[in-house]
Design a protein around this ligand. Structure first.
Ligand SMILES: [Zn+2]
Length: 130
């Protein structure tokens, strides 16, 4: 237990006291102040592009093929650079950004391989018809 001086009368008061016993000035206990400060500074914001990346990464596999994957990859890169450039721990969502990037890139690879396969098959038919 430490003693602090009352802001109103400079009387030495316990930091656990809720009001100054000398003048009655209300004091906020140190513990409460610390908790309030802690929750304010540690209140991380989740990166919006990271959420966009994850959502479009998922959408690319069901209702938004290709376009969803492009959006997921772009948003994922924006999110990761945003998270890196911000002070450590102030922006959350790196995991979501990575998930969005993986989903997006994986989809693009699948689409690319699918196109290559289609072109190879078409090319094969074209070669046979000549
Ligand atoms: Zn006082």
């Amino acid at each position: 237990m430490t003693m602090i001086s009352c802001p109103a009368c400079s009387h030495q008061v316990s930091d656990q006291a809720t009001s100054c016993p000398n003048c009655g000035h209300p004091l906020v206990p140190a513990a409460t102040t610390n908790v309030a400060t802690y929750s304010n500074t540690s209140g991380t914001n989740t990166s919006v592009p990271a959420i966009v990346s994850l959502v479009f990464g998922l959408l690319s596999w069901c209702i938004l093929p290709f376009i969803g994957a492009i959006v997921a990859v772009i948003a994922g890169h924006i999110a990761r650079s945003e998270i890196r450039s911000a002070p450590a721990g102030t922006i959350d969502g790196d995991g979501m950004a990575i998930a969005g990037l993986i989903l997006g890139w994986a989809h693009l690879v699948v689409v690319l391989l699918g196109l290559l396969f289609i072109f190879a098959v078409l090319g094969g038919f074209a070669a046979m018809s000549h």
